[in-house]
Design a protein around this ligand. Structure first.
Ligand code: SAH
Length: 287
């Protein structure tokens, strides 16, 4: 298998030529051509013949094929009709590859899978990550290749430059680790940005959240300006509700962390604030 795959670049170019496809940058089409990276992804994901793996953005099916050879089943999702054609031809003799044509962001994911392994389309990193986080209660792990800068935002700590709403959500749902940097020329065409393989393992919630949706809303509203004080951002938020200045003042007085900057709040603080708002004031704040 190894020798055959030393030629991944040639294979990739040949396939693209045969099907007359020019990679589409907006769809994040950078195809993996580095056998060593694929091998690592497979090893990190610890795939066995019991595993049902979802691959998001299967592309030409390079990673898909490796996954199919060792897992019970691969569910390969791809948005581009031209690539679907290739995938269907390539895997027509595989009984354990299911190909789904569609936009991952619109699709309802199947119920019966336990791992996600993908080189994701960077163009949709943010919404895709939130979608994957929603799956954390149901899967064993995800091994994903991201743009390195984005991966850094996911693992960022309070007070750091990269700390974001994403970091808070990731922290709440998963143990997250950057496992390996991936050089640009591991892909064809090479992306302009560096990449990294990231591991997400579901965790028990590290703190209590009464209503997850509302926790997400509050985290998002606070991070609109992360250099401002919590008080100011909550004021802005509450002003969009049907409340008087006086009422807003009373609610804010009741909340912790008012004088801290949003960027310095630890993840559990977002939970504390949203829990108080939700349990005491949800009648006044309709979301
Ligand atoms: N995993 C393949 C391809 C990576 S490129 C490999 O490693 O070689 C990313 C792939 O995601 C492209 O094939 C692109 O067409 C697909 N894609 C982009 N946006 C998508 C979306 N919204 N839903 C599903 N697939 C998408």
């Amino acid at each position: 298998m190894k020798n055959q795959m030393n030629n991944l670049l040639l294979e990739t170019k040949k396939l693209l030529k045969k099907y007359k496809i020019r990679p589409n940058r907006r769809k994040g089409q950078n195809f993996i051509i580095d056998y060593k990276i694929i091998e690592k992804q497979i090893r990190f994901a610890n795939i066995s013949n019991q595993d049902i793996v979802v691959e998001i953005g299967a592309g030409l099916g390079t990673l898909t094929q490796f996954l199919a050879e060792i897992s019970k089943k691969v569910i390969a999702i791809e948005i581009d009709k031209r690539l679907i054609q290739i995938l269907e031809d390539r895997f027509s003799t595989f009984k354990n590859v299911e190909i789904i044509h569609g936009d991952i962001l619109d699709l309802e994911l199947p119920l019966d899978f336990n791992k996600i392994v993908s080189n994701i389309p960077y163009s949709i990193s943010s919404p895709l990550t939130f979608k994957i986080l929603d799956e954390m209660n149901f899967i064993d792990l995800a091994i994903l290749t991201y743009q390195l800068d984005f991966a850094k935002r996911m693992i960022a700590h309070p007070g750091s430059k990269e700390y974001s709403r994403l970091s808070v959500n990731v922290y709440y749902k998963a143990h997250v680790k950057i496992l390996e940097k991936v050089p640009n020329d591991s892909f064809y065409p090479p992306p302009k940005v560096q990449s990294a393989i990231l591991e997400l393992i579901p965790r028990k919630p590290p703190f209590k959240v009464i209503d997850e949706k509302f926790f997400n809303v509050i985290t998002q509203k606070l991070f609109i300006r992360k250099n401002r004080k919590v008080k100011k951002m909550l004021q802005n938020y509450l002003e969009t509700k049907n409340l008087s200045k006086h009422e807003i003042g009373l609610i804010i007085k009741d909340l912790p962390y008012q004088d801290m900057r949003v960027r310095n709040l630890p993840p559990e603080a977002f939970a504390e604030i949203s829990n108080i708002l939700w349990s005491k004031y949800s009648d006044y704040i309709h979301e």
